[in-house]
Structure formats: structure tokens, C-alpha cells
Write a protein that binds this ligand. Structure first.
Ligand SMILES: Cc1cc2nc3c(=O)[nH]c(=O)nc-3n(C[C@H](O)[C@H](O)[C@H](O)COP(=O)(O)OP(=O)(O)OC[C@H]3O[C@@H](n4cnc5c(N)ncnc54)[C@H](O)[C@@H]3O)c2cc1C
Length: 462
């Protein structure tokens, strides 16, 4: 009887999971999830993790097994499990996070012996990590050039196999012991908007393909419309296989070639995620340190009150406030609005982007180290393939362009619901005259823009 230990990480699903497929060649698969954090406050992403684990444990149970849940140092816990249950092989998918590289190498070295076998896989992305490089073997710095090559790569076709989960009972924590959710906490509202887990991910993606993919390229920038897939939190914890998404979109193109442009633009967006992980591999402190070092000298001007106004959606700029309130209520912000709120924080308020990164890390259900870090560095202008530093999004102009009917603004700022369309994007005079309880702008756009640009002039000297 051969036994394999399957270590679940950011791949909380049974379908098309490369490590699990390999483990399934063994007579018995023992599944384990190890929660590493021991003392920090719970985040929106933890909420997602809780329900993803619940769903995964249920799926494993329905196949006769039981998911072992542990908390602490993965190396020690794996060692204990390998020894206690006399396991023959260890399988896991790479996390691709800088902090895990050494641990993964050490596990491979330790368990590649005469009696045990270990294998880890690149399962998290579409393209093999580090394989898409320039002619000089250096990583691409510009996404469009990266995508030109990336889209020609072969992507492993999704595969499924039934695993024989071990029927033994193991010592395990109860899911609630991890304290990933807090009943009195703001995250309690998320259940009204989301159902995490593998089955929901597959169904939601299928609905998107059938209902919205054909108009993706036309609607994806309009936050008041249902134009995007909302798959990001499912991808963050691997509730769905990225390869199965890719091949489902390809099938859609075969079946409905008239919508190939829309579908291609969706595949291109998926590849941004790969590009973010390539950047993280190249710059392991992407989440803390600007890639363009000159940005370390930017004259930031942190102000606690302005930061609080931004976090709570009280800046007096309706599109910014709608975005920040959507985040607090649902754990997500539409991509177009993410760019606008992020730009507002770093350029209008001159608050360092790392504060924004940390706030998103705490409040986003789709928090993803690489995507979040790349997003903030892109907006700031400090990243590799970043928005030019002199592009200061005008939050009023962005609202007029992308939420002209103010559907999104009115959804998240109920106090503005009766403001007439001709003034809703600059409502300051109207709200003052009608005594509507909505703040006046906390900074003047023209002045803030001028100060932001002066700050960028300053860093040019470095
Ligand atoms: C400041 C900032 C912070 C961000 N933080 C995160 C984060 O923590 N987690 C996260 O998943 N995304 C992040 N993004 C990227 C993007 O906003 C989200 O991926 C997108 O809004 C998710 O919605 P969706 O699934 O409906 O996207 P869709 O438009 O349906 O796209 C499908 C998938 O493609 C990927 N994708 C799309 N756009 C991007 C992008 N610009 N960068 C990387 N991947 C992309 C995502 O996996 C997404 O789920 C951030 C963007 C910015 C500007």
C-alpha cells in the first residue's frame, strides 16, 4: 500500500490540480492544509479561505477521505506527518511567493531520498514560470511584448483523475479553530455577495462565458454594468484551474468566432496575472519597494485624516467614494475604479502606495500579493510596465467617461441618489444647497495635480 501526502495551498480544488493528479497514482492520498499565520488579524481573504476550505473538506469527505487542517510551521508539520504515517511521497504546487522559495527547495531536498519521493508543480499560472524571456534571456519589461510571445505557448490541457483519499482518521484542527472569520466583524456582509468554493467557481465562470464574455471588451471598463467575470477571488485561492478557464474560452472562440475579439481580450487580461508573478520573481520585495528606485525619494505627505477619508469613502469625489464603499461592503472593487482610487491616494493625497497596498491586503477578498503589488506600482509609476508618472487620473473625468449615467455612484453612495445627472459628478454646490450630508472635496484637483507633478520633478534628480 503506497501513501502520498497532498499539501493543499493556493489550489483549493480537486479538478485539474497538477500536484493532486500526481498524488493520485498512489494507493492512498492523505490531504493536508496548513495555515501559517498564527497571530495576525483576520482579513477579507481569510474569510474566503474559510469557506473555500469548508467546500474542499466537504468534497474530500464525499469521496471518503478527510482533510487534515493544521496551523503553524509547514516544515515541522510536514515532517511530523511524513514520519507518523510513513508516507512514501509528498506532492504540492509552488506558491510562487518569495517567502516560500527556500522552504520549497528544502522540502524537495529533504524528501528526495531512497525511501521517499517529492515533487512540486507549476500549477498556479497559465505559462511556465520564467520560460517567457526575451532573446537575451531576460524577463520582459513591457506587457504587450510579453503577451505577444506568451499567447503562442502551449498550455497543459486540463486533466482529472479520481484520487483514493485515505479512509483513516487523523488528528486535525476543526476549521473554526483557525479563527478565519469573526461573526461580529465587517466581513459578515460578504456572504450576501459571494459563495466561495470549487463548484461555485466553475458555475460562475460558465455563467460568465454564456452571458457576458461576448461583450467583455466593450463593457469591462464600465463599473455600473456587469462586464467582468468576478473570478479574481476564486483564482486567488485556486478554487478554479486557470488552465480550464483558458481552454473553456478557447472553446467559446471555436464555437462563436464572431466574438473572438472579446474572448481574446479576456485571455489577455488573464495573462496580466502571470506577468505580475514574473515581476514578483524578479523583484521579491515588489510589495514594499519601488522597482524604480528614484521613487524612494518622492516627497510623500502622509496625513492620517486624509487617509481615513479615503478608506471610508468620504473624499468628496463620488467615483473614489463609491469604490471605497464598494470595497468595504463587498470585499472587491471594479478594476477601472481600483485604478482611480489608487491614483487618488498616491497622487492627489501623496500618501505612499504601501499604505494602499496594506489596506487592500486587509479588505480585498481577491487579495493576491503579485497582482496587488503590481497594481499599486503600476498606478504610482514606479513599476516596470507602469502608467507614466505624469498621468494623474482626474476622478471627475473618469466618472463622466466610465459611469456617465452614475449607476455605480448611486449604487454605493445612497445620499447622492436624487442628485440630477448634470451635476452628479461634481456635486459640491448641489449638496451644499440641498443640505445633503456628503463631504466637500478634501483636496482641490488642480492643486493636487500640480503638487503631484512637482513631487515627480523632485525625484528626477535622483
Ligand atoms: C491598485 C490595484 C490593486 C489590485 N489588486 C489586486 C489583487 O489584490 N488581486 C487581484 O486578483 N487583482 C488585483 N488587481 C487587478 C484587477 O483589478 C483585478 O484582478 C480585477 O479587478 C478582478 O476582477 P475580475 O475578476 O472581474 O476581472 P476580469 O476583468 O474578469 O479579468 C479576469 C481575470 O484576469 C486577471 N486580471 C484582470 N486584470 C488584471 C490586472 N490588471 N492585473 C492582474 N490580473 C488581472 C484576474 O485574475 C481576473 O480575475 C489590482 C489592480 C490595481 C490597479
Amino acid at each position: 500500500m503506497t501513501k502520498a501526502l497532498m499539501w493543499f495551498r493556493y489550489d483549493l480544488r480537486l479538478h485539474d490540480n497538477l500536484a493532486l493528479l500526481a498524488a493520485s497514482d498512489f494507493d492512498e492520498v492523505i490531504p493536508v492544509f496548513i495555515y501559517e499565520k498564527t497571530n495576525s488579524a483576520t482579513t477579507a481573504s481569510d474569510w474566503w479561505l474559510h469557506y473555500s476550505l469548508e467546500a474542499l473538506a466537504e468534497s474530500i469527505k464525499s469521496r471518503g477521505g478527510s482533510l487534515i487542517i493544521r496551523q503553524g510551521n509547514p516544515q515541522l508539520i510536514i515532517e511530523e506527518l511524513m514520519n507518523t504515517f510513513q508516507i512514501d511521497a509528498l506532492f504540492f504546487n509552488r506558491s510562487l511567493l518569495s517567502k516560500d522559495v527556500l522552504l520549497e527547495q528544502e522540502l524537495v531536498e529533504k524528501y528526495s531520498t531512497k525511501t521517499t519521493y517529492v515533487k512540486c508543480f507549476d500549477d498556479r499560472l497559465l505559462f511556465y514560470h520564467h520560460k517567457i524571456v526575451t532573446k537575451n534571456q531576460t524577463p520582459y519589461k513591457v506587457f504587450s511584448s510579453y503577451w505577444k510571445i506568451a499567447k503562442l505557448q502551449y498550455i497543459t490541457f486540463p486533466q482529472n483523475k479520481n484520487s483514493s483519499f485515505s479512509k483513516d482518521t487523523f488528528d486535525s484542527l476543526a476549521l473554526d479553530d483557525l479563527k478565519l472569520i469573526d461573526n461580529h466583524h465587517w466581513m459578515k456582509k460578504f456572504g450576501a455577495y459571494w459563495t466561495p468554493g470549487e463548484q461555485q467557481a466553475i458555475q460562475k465562470f460558465e455563467d460568465f462565458i454564456e452571458q457576458d464574455l461576448a461583450s467583455y471588451n466593450k463593457l469591462r471598463d464600465f463599473p455600473g454594468k456587469q462586464g467582468t467575470s468576478d473570478m479574481s477571488p476564486y483564482l486567488a485561492w485556486g478554487n478554479i484551474s486557470i488552465r480550464s478557464m483558458w481552454y473553456r474560452v478557447k472553446r467559446f472562440i471555436d464555437e462563436q468566432p464572431e466574438h473572438a475579439d472579446a474572448a481574446d481580450s479576456y485571455l489577455r487580461q488573464l495573462a496580466w496575472r502571470d506577468f505580475a508573478y514574473e515581476q514578483l520573481a524578479q523583484f521579491p520585495d515588489l510589495d514594499r519597494v519601488p522597482v524604480r528606485k528614484a521613487f524612494q525619494h518622492y516627497p510623500w505627505a502622509f496625513d492620517e485624516d486624509l487617509f481615513t477619508a479615503w478608506k471610508t469613502g468620504q473624499t468628496g469625489y463620488p467615483l473614489v467614494d463609491a469604490g471605497m464603499r464598494e470595497l468595504w461592503e463587498t470585499g472587491i472593487i471594479h478594476n477601472r475604479v481600483r485604478m482611480v482610487v489608487a491614483s487618488f491616494l498616491v497622487k492627489h493625497l501623496r500618501i505612499p502606495w504601501q499604505y494602499g497596498y496594506d489596506w487592500f491586503k486587509e479588505t480585498l477578498v481577491d487579495f493576491d500579493t503579485a497582482n496587488n503589488a503590481m497594481g499599486w506600482q503600476w498606478v504610482t509609476g514606479s513599476g516596470i510596465d507602469a502608467a507614466p508618472y505624469f498621468r494623474v487620473f482626474n476622478p471627475t473625468g473618469q466618472a463622466q467617461k466610465f459611469d456617465s449615467g452614475a449607476l455605480y455612484i448611486k449604487r454605493w453612495i445612497p445620499e447622492l441618489k436624487d442628485v440630477p445627472p448634470d451635476v452628479i459628478h461634481s456635486p459640491q454646490k448641489y449638496v451644499a444647497a440641498h443640505q445633503i450630508s456628503y463631504p466637500q472635496p478634501i483636496v482641490d484637483h488642480a492643486t493636487a495635480r500640480k503638487l503631484a507633478l512637482e513631487g515627480f520633478e523632485h525625484i528626477k534628480k535622483h
